[in-house]
Ligand binder design. Sequence first.
Ligand SMILES: C[S@@+](CC[C@H](N)C(=O)[O-])C[C@H]1O[C@@H](n2cnc3c(N)ncnc32)[C@H](O)[C@@H]1O
Length: 285
Amino acid sequence: MPDEIKQKEALIRVITLAQQWSGCNFLRYNPGTLERRVGRRMIDARCQNISEYLDFLERHPSEYHRLVAGLTIKVSCFFRDPPMFSILEKVVLPRLFAQAKDSGRRQIRVWSTACAGGEEAYSLAILFAEQTKLISQVSTSILATDLDPDALASAATGLYPDDSLREIAKMQRDRFFVSSPATDGEFWQIRPALRAMVDFVVFDLTSTTRTSPPSGIFAEYDLILCRNMLIYCQPSLKLEIIRRLHTCLRPGGYLVLGRSESLPEEYKNHFVHIDQRVKIYAKEE
Ligand SMILES: C[S@@+](CC[C@H](N)C(=O)[O-])C[C@H]1O[C@@H](n2cnc3c(N)ncnc32)[C@H](O)[C@@H]1O
């Protein structure tokens, strides 16, 4: 068998094993990204090619954990995509508070679906904490989920390097973070009141057994963010994930995607694109 085909088959076998180990449907992610990610694991494991890495994986079961963690990209920072957060703050949040008030609801429910180390969820917590100061009758509950338990464990400690706070004004930083002297370099820790606004739970967006995390109920969320995860999915998986998020959103609720992501054709009529500069969509009432 030509070597190229052998390597392709070995790659599919590696992805299949990662899928069986984690339950996540990696075979429906973009093959190019997966190949690059497996390539990094190969280098760390000092393997010359994918067939060698496959042998390594079969001989070292502890590698599964690193492989699955390595298949996804965790890059994030606070207020990543500032124009989007500005429109959330100035347009979306006031509407959500008004909707809650008009319908007599006392709580706004938010879901950050692929939250990595928690930066996105805490950025939302900051925006809501500032608005709640003004509108005290309505509370906010933020659920932050991710496939990767290690990323969530780190999110729960709420400790971040100075660089990931680069989009936060000094006043906001001092209000919501404390400088952490226990670490090398400059690190900041989320203050307990902000920490208490966010629940971190493992949830796989490709799950075929659950539409939403255990606490989720049909059409319950007011605001859902799914940013910079769909770019790694093949179109059919992306469509399924959007279908699930559409189901979980309350009519009139908002869906936010990443800058280089967009709604599949099939869902363009189910949402109103509220501002062409950013990927924020309102679910049709
Ligand atoms: C690049 S980060 C995005 C972080 C944040 N949303 C942002 O835009 O800054 C992508 C995240 O998607 C998560 N992810 C990948 N596949 C997932 C899945 N099937 N279910 C839930 N999270 C997933 C990864 O673990 C990673 O933390």
